[in-house]
Each structure stands twice: as structure tokens, then as C-alpha cells.
Design a protein around this ligand. Structure first.
Ligand SMILES: O=C(O)CCC(=O)C(=O)O
Ligand SMILES: [Fe+2]
Length: 325
């Protein structure tokens, strides 16, 4: 397959892209339109040779038992080294996990006219069907459609115990926001030219990700892109920017991206847990001392949204801007 040059690649009217990738595919697009083609250095080069990793696995059932101290140590190590881990035995039954994936797939299989009812340009709409990352702003579009759902927040955070912070700091979790992004990455005729999601870190505290059995998530580790091997019925958990700040840099919000493939469509359900819009996040006082001074300035979600609408969404720039020098 050739690396299509600008002379041969297709261009469609802008309103076609705004309707989403699935809609394009349903309308018989067999080549990646120019709108989605990344510049040469930004393209995924390790689609074929990309190494697959087994992320550290945390067994949630063991966390509740006698081995808790050892499991908390493994959890801390995973958050420091990878910023990611897979969670097994999380208590959500396989039946519920299967139904979540199934109902999500069925949404994207609805006729376009049905899906379109949920489209909105308002970033705060509680239910929103959209495409790319930020379709109002993206220069190059990514090969993803999504359904965003505002949810009732979860409550239990063993991860705070792994950092060793005390009760009062758990107040950070009061009034938190929970957003669920159901991501659909349709199969792509030229996956070497585009990405399902560009390199980014997640803005919130934590992200829990349920994925089907199709590989695609890649994390940056020691300068390489590593593909996460899905474990059936498990959740991938990753540290977000707010948690990196709260932990004063002990835990890492790691850059990741999504590669697409020509064989099958991929589905993931990402639940992003973050602080309320106007709540400031700052390093926990318990994690600051003379030898480990405060490393980040106060920040909130409104700052992040402003960053998103004002500049290109690239790598870790937001977190870099919050660092104290
Ligand atoms: O689909 C995936 O595997 C990752 C999704 C993701 O990174 C996100 O929604 O922030
Ligand atoms: Fe992400």
C-alpha cells in the first residue's frame, strides 16, 4: 500500500468529516481522506513490529485480603514506573462487562440519523456524540467517534492508600466528576497514515478503561511506544495529570495514543474521574518536605479546558505548564 501523497488523496466537503468516521466508512470511503493524514513524523511507525507488553497486574481481590501491604507496594511501583496497570478481579461481573461492550457496539451500529440526535458542539453537554478529539479545533482529525456520558462518581480509592496519604486528604475525592467516553475506532484502510487518538495524557485524576479484544492502546515507556495486550474482563487503569500533581510527581501521567488497524473496528469505554470544574488540585502537603519540595502550581479543570480551546492538543504540554521551575 502506498503512502498516499497529497496529489492522490481524497478530500471531501468539511460537513462530511463532522459527521464522524463511522459515517464516512458507511458511505464507502476506502482510502484515508487528507483530513486524517498525519505528517510523516507523527505517523505510527511500529504498527507491525510494535512490541506488546504485559502491564503490571493488580488483583483487586488480593487488595482486600491479607496481602494488602504487598499489593499496595506493587500498585505504587506500577504507578511510578508505567503510570498504567491492569486491574483484575475488580468485582464487576463478566456478564456486566460483556453487556457494556455489547450495548456500546450497538449504539455505533444504529442508523446515522439516530446517532446524530446526540451531536452537540457544546463541550459541557451531558450526553454528546462526536468525532476526532476536539472536532471544533483539530487541524488533522483522528480516526475515532465517541459517545460522551456524564456519570455518577465512584467512591473507593485504594490508590490513595498506596501513596500513604491520610484521611483528610481523601477529601480530594468529594464532589468529583465522572465522565465516560465510549470510543469507536472503525477499521481503517490505511492505518499507517493516521491515529485513533493522538499522543496525549489524561487530564483527570484517574482513568479506568474497558476495551474489547482488539489491540490499539499504546503507551510511551522509556522512549518507545508499547502496545498494551488486552486481558479479557480486566480494566486498564492510568494516572491522570491531576493525580501526578496531587502526588507531587511521584506517580506519572503517561502519554499514550491509539493505533487503528485495517482488520477490525475497536471499541473502548474510558471512564475519566476528575475534580470538579473549579476545584484546585495541588500537591498533597503530606508529600512535600524539604527534600521533596512542591513541584506543581495549583490547577483546575477550567484551566485545562482553556488550554484545550487555545492551543494544539499535543503530548504533555499542559502538565509541563503547571510545573514550578
Ligand atoms: O481507547 C483507548 O484505548 C484509550 C482511550 C483514551 O486514551 C482516552 O479516552 O483518553
Ligand atoms: Fe487517554
Amino acid at each position: 500500500m502506498s503512502n498516499s501523497s497529497s496529489e492522490t488523496c481524497i478530500q471531501l466537503p468539511e460537513h462530511m468529516y463532522q459527521k464522524g468516521v463511522k459515517h464516512l466508512c458507511e458511505n464507502g470511503v476506502t482510502q484515508v481522506p487528507k483530513k486524517y493524514i498525519l505528517s510523516e513524523p507523527e505517523r505510527p511507525h511500529n504498527l507491525v513490529v510494535g512490541s506488546c507488553i504485559d502491564l503490571p497486574v493488580i488483583d483487586f481481590a488480593q487488595l482486600q485480603g491479607n496481602d494488602r501491604p504487598a499489593v499496595l507496594r506493587s500498585l505504587a511501583k506500577a504507578c511510578q514506573e508505567y503510570g498504567f496497570f491492569q486491574l483484575t478481579n475488580h468485582g464487576i461481573t463478566n456478564d456486566v462487562v460483556g453487556k457494556m461492550i455489547d450495548v456500546s457496539k450497538r449504539f455505533f451500529e444504529l442508523p446515522f440519523e439516530e446517532r446524530q440526535r446526540y451531536m452537540s458542539s457544546n463541550l459541557y453537554a451531558p450526553v454528546r456524540y462526536g468525532t476526532s478529539f476536539n472536532q471544533n479545533n483539530d487541524g488533522v482529525f483522528c480516526w475515532r467517534d465517541f459517545l460522551k456520558l456524564s456519570c455518577y462518581p465512584m467512591q473507593d480509592f485504594a490508590i490513595l492508600a498506596s501513596l500513604g496519604v491520610m484521611e483528610e486528604d481523601k477529601a480530594i475525592l468529594d464532589d468529583a466528576n465522572q465522565l465516560t467516553m465510549v470510543n469507536c475506532y472503525p477499521s481503517c484502510p490505511q492505518p499507517q497514515l493516521t491515529l485513533g487518538l493522538p499522543p496525549h495524557s489524561d487530564y483527570g485524576l484517574l482513568t479506568l478503561l474497558l476495551q474489547d479484544q482488539v489491540e490499539g492502546l499504546q503507551i510511551q515507556h522509556k522512549g518507545r511506544w508499547l502496545t498494551v495486550k488486552p486481558i479479557p474482563n480486566s480494566l486498564v487503569v492510568n494516572i491522570g495529570d491531576q493525580f501526578e500533581i496531587f502526588s507531587n510527581g511521584r506517580y506519572k501521567s503517561v502519554v499514550h495514543r491509539v493505533a487503528v488497524n485495517s482488520m477490525s473496528s475497536r471499541l473502548s469505554v474510558a471512564t475519566l474521574f476528575s475534580l470538579p470544574v473549579n476545584h484546585n488540585v495541588r500537591p498533597s502537603p503530606e508529600l512535600i518536605d524539604e527534600s521533596n519540595p512542591r513541584r506543581y502550581r495549583d490547577t483546575n479543570y477550567a484551566d485545562f479546558l482553556e488550554f484545550l480551546s487555545s492551543s494544539d492538543f499535543k503530548c504533555k504540554k499542559f502538565l509541563e505548564l503547571r510545573k514550578l521551575r
